[in-house]
Design a protein around this ligand. Structure first.
Ligand SMILES: *Cc1c(COP(=O)(O)O)cnc(C)c1O
Length: 231
């Protein structure tokens, strides 16, 4: 069942790429396994999925321990409090939700020697919601410049979680603002930062609009693993 769902998710991405005249390989699929058990991650891996996203750090670390025998890539996509940075630095391959320098510095300082640099995205609040996490668009460049200096982090791009809207054109409008910001930031940072290649946006409900706008990584939970109980 998870295998079929993964196939359907890949088909949605492929169709969206075709519609946008983008290469089929231009958009990666992150399977968001939060609240689901290690057995379901194992099933997804058996169907070919290797990159998984988690929000709740202790749950994630426990799951990783159960799945140590598999070559999985783990992405932290939940909010990172400063007292939880060590768990992220020690266990994850990616962190998408850097929204202030202090968090980036702690992740950098706590990344164990001998591990690859932590791949990071800066989370941007593109729709201006007052309660949403993420750095304001006008403050993004300054934060990116500081994060880029940290030797144990590798700055990969931007991430957004827009307020849910059901209308495709409204989804496209907010995703397009994120894409414009991403392109502007890439230009400002210059070719010296050749790994700034990731725009993490789009989920189950809005992945077509995200791909149309230029997402390079969609984070899909429900369409792969099914509905989650409300937390
Ligand atoms: C839960 C979550 C997702 C996946 O959402 P679905 O609607 O289940 O696809 C993606 N990104 C973030 C940041 C999440 O917290």
């Amino acid at each position: 069942m998870i295998g079929d769902n993964l196939q359907r998710a890949h088909a949605r991405i492929a169709a969206a790429c075709r519609a946008a005249q983008r290469d089929a390989g231009a958009v990666a699929l992150l399977a968001v396994s939060k609240t689901f058990g290690a057995d379901m991650v194992r099933e997804a891996f058996a169907a070919g999925q290797t990159a998984f996203g988690e929000n709740y750090l202790q749950e994630a670390v426990d799951k990783m321990a159960e799945l140590r025998d598999l070559p999985l890539q783990w992405h932290c996509i939940g909010p990172i409090q400063s007292n939880k940075t060590r768990l992220v630095a020690q266990h994850f391959d990616w962190a998408h939700t850097i929204d202030r320098l202090r968090i980036a510095q702690r992740l950098n300082d706590q990344r164990p020697l001998g591990m690859e640099p932590l791949q990071v995205c800066v989370q941007v609040n593109t729709d201006g919601g007052p309660t949403k996490s993420g750095v304001a668009p006008q403050e993004t460049l300054a934060l990116l410049r500081e994060v880029a200096k940290l030797p144990h982090l590798r700055l990969r791009g931007l991430m957004t979680i827009p307020e849910p809207v059901s209308d495709f054109s409204a989804q496209l409008a907010v995703h397009s603002r994120a894409k414009a910001l991403f392109d502007a930031m890439a230009a400002e940072l210059g070719p010296g930062l050749d790994c700034f290649d990731t725009l993490s946006m789009g989920m189950t409900a809005d992945l077509e609009a995200a791909v149309q706008a230029g997402s390079t990584l969609v984070r899909v939970g429900t369409a792969i693993f099914g509905g989650r109980p409300k937390r």
